[in-house]
Write a new protein. Sequence first.
Length: 269
Amino acid sequence: MNHRYKLCAIDLDDTLLNSNHEVSEYTRKTVEQAMQRDITVVIASGRMFETTLPTARTLGISSPIICYNGAMIRHPITGDILEEQNVPASIAIEVMDFAQSQGMQLNFYLHDHIYSANRNQWMELYQRRTGAPYEVIDNFNERLRGESPTKLIIVDAPATIERLLPEMKERFFGKINVMRSNAEYLEFLPKEANKGTALANLSSSLSIAREEIVAFGDSWNDIPMLKWAGHSVAVANAKPEVQAIADEITGTCDEDGVAKALARLFHLD
């Protein structure tokens, strides 16, 4: 067994989950074996807490979950919030007004619930991928004005998101963290929120050193976590920028890439 690593932080979509957003039986058994060897397995996802829970339960994970791209750390058994950050209400208003003026889909995350002004193709795309329930409310901007969400996401065509990313980064520089987590997602997060910082905070609370941590990911929002971890693994379907900074590349999410890397790293059957 590799005694160097004690914690594995694993992204969900397109990393641990296959392209059908499912955990294969081989992956489930491999993660279970790792935990039986006293390896702490942590889900680190951009998803909301509620939509990480089914996977945590399928795998029998009882370690705190990093969700909302690091804006929240929450326990899957007790539901206790161990760490939480929010987007200031004044910034949320700016983002809401911008999305409304452009006729764009905006997901507003408040108290682990998604609110939307519309039910459209972009909201349905997000819902299909994550299984996240959402609520369409009238007078969206007025009713949510003054609230401080955990995060917001504009969902639109990849070309639109690519164009908006530098514009929004410049507009909110030093105020919040703006990132692209998926080709269609532009995320607005609390200033200090990212998976790397959340993993550092969680591992410190667990008395696990950086050098004892392996992180797995596929997309831009995983980069801070992969850079911080002692060892980083990108799945073969990861974005080129992610593969470029990873210490190693494993198989794709449809080839049980995470499970194969775990089996090799920890000499699992």
